[in-house]
Ligand binder design. Sequence first.
Ligand SMILES: [Zn+2]
Ligand SMILES: [Zn+2]
Length: 325
Amino acid sequence: MRLSNRVNRVVCVAAVLGACLAAGNAAAQDSANADAVKHLSSTYVADGDTWLRGNIHTHSTESDGSLPPQEVVNYYAKLGYDFLMISDHEKLTPVAGLDGKGMTLIPGSEISAKGQHLLHVGANTHVLPDPDRQKVLDLIKQDGGIAVMNHPNWQASYNHCSLEVLNTLQGYTGIEIFNGVVVYLDGSELATDKWDRLLAKGRRIYGFATDDCHNPEQHAGMGWVMVQSKSRAVDDIVNAMRDGRFYASTGVAFEMIKVDGLTVTVRAANAQRFRVCADNGKVLKMADGPDLQYTVKPGKGLTYIRIEGYGPGEQTAWLQPMFIE
Ligand SMILES: [Zn+2]
Ligand SMILES: [Zn+2]
């Protein structure tokens, strides 16, 4: 009886201890799982692909540009670009007959009549302007190309394309966060404010920099994209942009973009300063270049982070958002 009681007690203590250990392990496991599922989702690939420099917003004499298409191509080739899209207003300027001078020529247009301007990138068919921009976006999707909403903060209103419209429209790949020609016009060439508002809602929208070149002497080489592409083929370049494998630049060049769990490591030799931004444009960190390592603290309720690099003068580069998943 006594012995039996003692045995029972020992079993009981062991059971409680076991339960405690099990509970402790479960708690540890839960927190490990919580950390394990949280990571930064990057659009960039580790290596293997080539970085190509291109401008997807250029006009020629086929609309309101100063030079004929071939001369525009010649001008950009001399600047060392890898690809170019001639984006005339309401016109799919034929590029098949042009000499690319070593560059890939991407067919496309700028749809600008009857509403907000947008680029049709990698166009197979000519999409006509419709005041219902959702219809235009649907046609671009059917065509197989991608759509980029242009210069959202152009004009004296600083509101060519409002946040409300950007929130409502579906199916566009990105917005111009830098548009070169607007430097010379009313409004702001930048639109990272609207970009951050869209991203904070979880929208996968990518940031583009373009020249919107009307006169190469004045506008060529202001803003471009660096695309991480499998090859120089049109489809590979367009698909890389569709998937966000590019960054926008006005001069800063990233050499390394590495993501591991919740940590991002970047290097840009000509970046003197970095900013890490998050939801609605909140600045999480500012640091001197050319190297940056940043780890997201879990539990802050952030949707994404993105990194900007600042070089000499007005040179900047904007990485695509990395969503916290
Ligand atoms: Zn425009
Ligand atoms: Zn334009």
